[in-house]
Design a binder for this molecule. Structure first.
Ligand code: PHE
Length: 453
């Protein structure tokens, strides 16, 4: 089959850093990270998460970028070419299918939550994010239930989010994805810093939040929280699914991979920690539960904003931030699928985009319905939305990560990796290979085995 390989490239190293940070820093950092930290007891979880980022996730991120650069095609054909070129079986390209399946599922539920972010940004702007004298806990609980549980409304928001994502990806690597991130990533940082500064200056609970986030009481760690920290390190860096591999395939040759990967991992972690510092002082000041689960930012925060002076402004800033985080991440899930269809199909980016988005949208409709009419359709005690999150975070991401670590660690020769990573011949190159061959596979096997139990 002929492959249409007219490939675009990012315009510079910094452009790529913004794009990859945009992909990594998403709902995982601002919506999910705070509530999993809350559920897993704060500082000790963060400590494990940081160690997992440095020892397991960062080496795999660099490996994915390298595989993309060496393969220079969509995820499936990159892996096939590399495996066959080194005398291994073409079946290794199946690893790419695991990745494409994972991004297909993630995007189908990301679109649902992305839709909620548009809804809440709209509520905040239009002044509807106010209890107006009603009991706030009940009011915002009902509002969240209505937003997620009224199919027509929820489908409308989800469709709007998917159309926006399609427009970005359809416009191209540079004109769509890069341009979006160049504008929105600085805005994301400005909004986040404003919210943290406001939390630090305006309420007396900033110190409490800092202690909650940074004082690690290791005795609070359970096997489950360790594994959830490793799983989250993967989810937050978008690794193990071929997204970073695809983005790496558009990197100009002159860009050093290791320093770039480290910068992206550092910025992504910064976004998660700043989000914690913006959210927890508000949660504590209003006597709310840090372990409130997925409703933490959609129910608890609006209650708190409602009680604060300038609460409407804070609500607008926060939900704009959440939307920006989501819309800069979603293209990284769509792009690997679009690039595969484009290269294997007619070569038209728009046609590939429309085709893939329609398919994702259909699964997304089922995800939306799992909050209303189909909430009773359950497997393994979970509805479709919960099952998808479980399948991706506990199985597909660690499995993809494990195979990528083995592929890059054992199948690429040191001469192939040396130099290309930007750490030629150095001690770090040895550490990187050691982590990919032993540390990461072992850690991921543990996550997988426990995730399947
Ligand atoms: N890293 C993204 C986030 O934190 C989620 C994501 C996962 C994106 C996998 C792409 C692939 O929200």
């Amino acid at each position: 089959m002929s492959i249409k390989n007219r490939r675009e490239q990012w315009s510079s190293r910094w452009a790529f850093i913004l794009v990859a940070t945009g992909a990594a820093a998403g709902l995982g950092n601002i919506w999910k990270f705070p509530y999993v930290v809350g559920e897993s007891g704060g500082g000790a979880f963060i400590l494990v998460y940081l160690v997992a980022i440095a020892l397991v996730a960062l080496p795999i991120l660099a490996a994915e970028l390298l595989l993309g650069r060496l393969g220079n095609h969509n995820v499936i054909d990159s892996l096939r070419r590399l495996a066959v070129g080194r005398g291994y079986s073409a079946h290794w390209s199946k690893l790419g299918w695991i990745g494409l399946l994972a991004v297909f599922i993630v995007l189908s539920f990301y679109g649902v939550v992305g839709g909620w972010t548009i809804a809440y940004a709209y509520y905040a702007l239009s002044g509807a994010l106010s209890a107006g004298g009603a009991a706030p806990a009940e009011h915002f609980g009902v509002l969240f239930g209505r937003t997620t549980g009224t199919p027509v409304q929820a489908l409308g928001w989800q469709t709007a989010f998917m159309v926006a994502t399609a427009l970005v990806v359809g416009s191209g690597v540079r004109h769509g994805i890069e341009r979006l991130c160049r504008w929105l990533m600085p805005l994301l940082f400005v909004l986040l810093v404003c919210l943290v500064v406001h939390a630090a200056l305006s309420n007396g609970y900033f110190g409490v939040a800092c202690r909650f986030l940074f004082a690690a009481d290791v005795s609070k760690l359970t096997g489950e929280s360790v594994l959830s920290a490793v799983g989250h390190a993967f989810f937050t860096l978008s690794i193990g699914v071929g997204a970073m591999l695809t983005f790496g395939s558009y990197l100009p040759e002159r860009v050093g991979l290791t320093a770039t990967a480290a910068t992206v991992a550092g910025l992504d972690t910064l976004v998660a920690l700043l989000a914690g510092l913006a959210i927890f002082p508000v949660v504590f000041a209003h006597g709310m539960e840090p372990a409130a689960g997925p409703g933490l930012v959609f129910v608890s925060l609006p209650i708190a904003f409602d009680a604060m002076p300038a609460g409407q402004l804070l609500g607008i800033a926060f939900f704009a931030l959440l939307f920006v985080a989501a819309i800069t991440s979603a293209p990284s899930m769509l792009e690997p699928m679009v690039e595969y269809v484009r290269e294997r199909g007619t070569g038209s980016r728009w046609r590939a985009t429309v085709l893939v988005v329609c398919a994702v949208w259909v699964l997304g409709v089922a995800q939306v319905m799992s909050f209303s009419a189909w909430s009773d359709v359950r497997a393994f005690g979970r509805n479709l939305f919960e099952l998808s999150d479980f399948l991706v975070s506990n199985i597909l991401l660690p499995l993809g990560g494990l195979l990528i670590a083995l592929f890059a660690g054992w199948m690429l020769s040191p001469t192939q990796t040396n130099g290309r990573l930007g750490i030629a011949g150095s001690f770090l190159h040895g550490v990187w290979r050691f982590s990919l061959r032993f540390v990461a596979p072992l850690a991921l096997l543990l996550v997988l085995v426990s995730g399947l139990r």
